[in-house]
Design a binder for this molecule. Structure first.
Ligand code: 3PG
Length: 306
């Protein structure tokens, strides 16, 4: 029997789980659910007889892949797949996929929720500022970046973007001003919204040199990954520039060092960008459908360990 396991330390909305279960059962497969696990041993035990695995930010390490002797496919219900050990998947003939675009709007909305809260001093009764008329730079113009641009335009911000993998014509067609370098983006925009993946090239790449180029009253909004920030550099910059604010969807490892910067930082306690019913349903249903299509028809469209 083909068993599909949903293993999520941070659970999907119930409506998403119900839909995933219905798709799996409709395909004639067995459905299993492991939620809110706190011990890696629970995951290692649950994957033992799973043929397919759906995860979120859960770490699918070599140990997990090797414990899952029957595993054929793992789908990260979401965009960033830095939590999957792709080499281990490939070595064990496991197809790894993501579900690009499915939770992008939720992430973009959170970026603005956090930006507005920061601009209004967390609604503490003092006069804040508005986003209208300000320049926002989108660092990586992918699925989330496109939604960020649309919302920013609705608010009346001037939108710039840098992405070496997206043509200037596409950006211009969206009413976005392309810039030629990452340095130019940071030097131009008071707000920068980060949407780069975490990989060997990008980890710690957002450093003092880059951030110090930002204009007065700069705000960096990170709904990507904490690992792309050079944490020591960020502390140095926040110390040197009292006009600089940092917002991140998930706290950095050195969060205790921010106590001195009251009012200039905000961190979500858990990664919240994709935590909406709609995003959970979109990404979870896509993951379930991709598994069924792979097992029944061999469709590998969203494979990331090619
Ligand atoms: C993603 O990469 O899709 C987001 O970061 C969502 O992560 P989550 O599923 O753990 O909320």
């Amino acid at each position: 029997m083909t068993k599909v396991l949903v293993a999520t330390e941070k659970p999907f909305a119930k409506a998403a789980v119900d839909k995933i279960e219905a798709i799996v059962k409709e395909a004639g497969f067995e459905f299993a659910l492991l939620e809110k696990y706190t011990d890696k041993a629970d995951l290692l035990n649950a994957v033992k007889d799973a043929s397919a695995l759906i995860v979120r930010s859960d770490n699918v390490t070599a140990e997990v892949v090797e414990a899952a002797a029957d595993l054929k496919i793992v789908v990260r219900a979401g965009a960033g797949y830095d939590n999957l050990d792709l080499e281990a998947c490939t070595a064990n003939n496991v197809v790894a996929m993501n579900t690009p675009g499915q939770n992008s709007n939720a992430v973009a909305e959170l970026a603005f929720g956090m930006m507005i809260s920061m601009a209004r001093n967390a609604y503490n009764g003092t006069a804040g500022t508005e986003l209208r008329g300000k320049k926002i730079g989108i660092h990586a113009y992918g699925n989330v970046g496109v939604y960020v641009a649309k919302i920013a335009q609705g608010i009346g911000m001037e939108v710039y973007a840098f992405d070496p993998f997206v043509s200037a014509d596409k950006m211009k067609a969206d009413g976005v001003t392309p810039v030629d370098s990452v340095e130019e983006l940071y030097a131009t925009c008071q707000y920068v919204s980060l949407h780069i993946p975490a990989n060997d090239k990008t980890k710690q790449s957002i450093n003092f040199d880059l951030l110090s180029k930002m204009p007065a009253n700069a705000v960096l909004v990170n709904t990507a990954r904490k690992e792309v920030i050079h944490e020591a550099d960020m502390i140095k910059l926040m110390n040197e520039r009292a006009d600089f604010s940092y917002i991140s969807d998930i706290a950095p490892d050195n969060k205790d060092e921010y106590a001195a910067f009251e009012g200039r930082y905000f961190f979500t306690p858990k990664k919240m960008g994709a935590q909406t019913a709609e995003a959970n349903i979109n990404a979870g249903v896509a993951a379930a459908n991709q598994i069924v299509d792979f097992i029944k028809n061999g469709n590998k469209t969203f494979q990331v360990n090619k």
